[in-house]
Design a protein around this ligand. Sequence first.
Ligand code: PLP
Length: 474
Amino acid sequence: MLDRQADTVSTTATERGRLLALEAEYCSHGDTVHYTEEPKIFERCEGSFIYDDEDRAFLDLQMWYSAVNFGYANPRLNEALRRQLDRLPQVASQYLHREKIELAAEIAEGALERFGRKGRVHFNVGGAQAVEDSLKLVRNACGGKSLMFAFEGGYHGRTLGASAITSSYRYRRRYGHFGERAHFIPFPYHFRGPRGMTKEEYGHQCVQQFARLFESEYNGVWDPKTGQCEYAAFYVEPIQGTGGYVIPPANFFPELKEVLDRHGILLVVDEIQMGFYRTGKLWSIEHFGVTPDVIVFGKALTNGLNPLSGIWAREELINPKVFPAGSTHSTFNANPLGTAVALEAMRMMREEDFASSVAEKGAHFLEGLKALKEKHAIVGDVDGLGLALRIEICEPHDSFTPSKRLVDLMVDEALKGDLVHGGERFGLVLDIGGYHKNVITLAPALTISKGEIDLGLALLDQLFTRVAPGAARG
Ligand SMILES: Cc1ncc(COP(=O)(O)O)c(C=O)c1O
């Protein structure tokens, strides 16, 4: 028996070696990130777990960057895909199909209920493509103005247009400029903000700093004689995603919106990562009581099955007279497999009380993270809204100096799959974010159980001890 197991492991290792050699020779590294020396190959997935070629279970705490909010192999959503596959899996996007129409209606009626505004929905495939579409929509609505505000630490994708409004120069460095880059404004990242201020005071200060731009024509963006701003829109993530799951104080967006309204600047809310109940609400901007002009969405809309993204915009900006047929188009934009799953997902979100369950599970997870912070000096900060949670990893001597070194080590160790709990071996799938790439951004399945959250906390505890054995507090 042991011989047979050893044979299986060595056959698997040979096959893995073959695949990695092919990858090294034929796959571009440009379309991925290659964080680890030897990329991990996974074989199957279910619920909160993904399994490698030796059938080792990895608890996934990032769920494909928050694209799989409803758990791997969600039976209801997979079944919707199968049904569509048997009925109408293909149809060109110039024709109509039931699912596209019903999905647009579901999202637009939901926005009317939430924000009191009539609007329409427009589809594409990937997140960055929907961001591109929104840029066209905004430029068109603002008489061709092409300048945008966005946040330091913001991320909107890596196409040329989307990376121009994404703050990291790293994503633009090699490729030259295609359009004007955004004017980047500080986001209230309190943990690394000025000392001695409350979160609310810092939020207020960030808005005041922005408002200063409109004091006179000499501040560079505003013509008081015509009441015109040179900038068309402000692109925001209500909770920064790639920036490290940074949660602003409650006063920040209402105060910011006041400045935008006073100066005729549109508010474009990027919900690609935080939408679809990641934070306990359909749209994360709902936590802040402000009304967007445009919402951009993607990722979890189809639970990571056939890709679909899109934008909702208020009627004045998107009605067919101002934004006519063919303003944007992509062959696969409202693909019937994607719209069928998305429609089922939206119905599921209406029928099931994710608002309560996500808030409850998030509170339980955050409580456990706070206990880990008490125990490990490498944990500088923890925070969370719903099931969007952050652990900021720091050097243990001051629990503040960002430690990319330790986070990189953690990700590698977690992927070895040899953490032990209840006599079984597990791995962890983690994602890194943050301004200093030292934040573990946790986006577990919204369907995760309390037992699985406790397992995650126990595995994180072991991992922290493993990478910094002498850094337990007390
Ligand atoms: C907030 C946000 N906007 C845009 C994008 C880009 O989406 P995609 O990777 O589907 O192009 C992402 C992806 O992580 C994101 O988190």
